[in-house]
Design a protein around this ligand. Sequence first.
Ligand code: UD1
Length: 382
Amino acid sequence: MIKKVHLIAAARPNFMKIGPLYHAMKSDVDLEIRIVHTGQHYDANMSDSFFTDLALPDPDYHLGVGSGSHAEQTGRTMIEYEKVLVQDRPDLVIVVGDVNATVACAMVAVKCHTPVAHLEAGLRSRDRRMPEEINRVLVDSIADLLWTPSEDADRNLSEEGVERTRIERVGNIMIDSLEMKRRAIESNQIVSELNLSERRFFVATLHRPSNVDCRDKLSAIVEVLVDVAKLAPLVFPLHPRTRGALTEAHLLDRLMRVEGVYLLEPLSYEAFMRLVMAARLLITDSGGIQEETTYLGIPCLTMRENTERPVTISQGTNKLTRVENLLEDVVHITENSEFRRPVIDLWDGKSAGRVRSSARRFLGLSDIQGVGASEPVQSAIG
Ligand code: UD1
């Protein structure tokens, strides 16, 4: 009997995770895949462009939840998703990452006795001031199947008392997206369009509430970025939260006047990854970018007190920093660091196949020989 699977996507970092999964699962004759877009991110450049770049079809369901406080977003997502779930009755709900919809949809499914699998399970920053940390802890405590990216995530779950049988290490799905799209990324023209030279510019992305919601902190960050841009051009695609905060604090004008700062709208996946591949270093507070830079061997300075992705520091190119040290760190890296590509177990572009095999086993379907764990998602769509 065909098993119905819901893939839940809500916000920008989710789309790269469901992309390879959709492509790995859609060709499986035993599975019927339905994409549910909750609508947490809705702008063309925060959502639609990712569906286009990742060759994803229009979502089967669009919940239109939009923006709001955490309670509003989470509550509205639960109300809307419950209607879909009760009507469509999936056999498995797959949630990814750590956004509000991840925990909202997991809660709805579990209470309707529908199995839930969490992709990117087990990551912990141990910083409960981060909304994403709360989402991570909650979803992992209720999901039936926990797909982890790395050994530290397995350990975190075991320490929280999660039974070993619920945990399966599948690797890092973001690397699948990158490899799936590598050809298209490498032929993207953004570097020449902006008149930049390979390895002679920096890229910054910031959107965490801890960096952008406090006016004094944001103002201090802006002043350091102005100094950083004196060393080399600084490309800064603005997340809507960040643009809003800069505008409100009258800091947008300040940045716009600085030569060497390129303020851009949020970029498509292909254009952004092209910039990452060509950059001298990244300055970020994103989760995913810490992993992508590690995989590509590009130095990354993360403007946070902690990270839920410690493997990017212990084995990768990532370093935590703070506003007081940022300029010094940028100078140090620019003058000293060599590029090196670490090899991290199961960050190999084959995670989607492993997820699919695991989902089949969980749903009581036999493993397909020759397909699955060893198969990378084809880069043909690139
Ligand atoms: C959310 C996630 C975060 C993720 C980030 C990636 C949570 C708790 N946070 O944070 O984990 O790293 O997405 O981008 O789920 N907005 C737009 N257009 C959009 C989307 C948002 O203008 O398409 C505006 C909203 O009106 C709001 C702000 O951006 O004012 C923040 O959006 P929101 O989804 O609340 O949180 P993010 O900061 O994007």
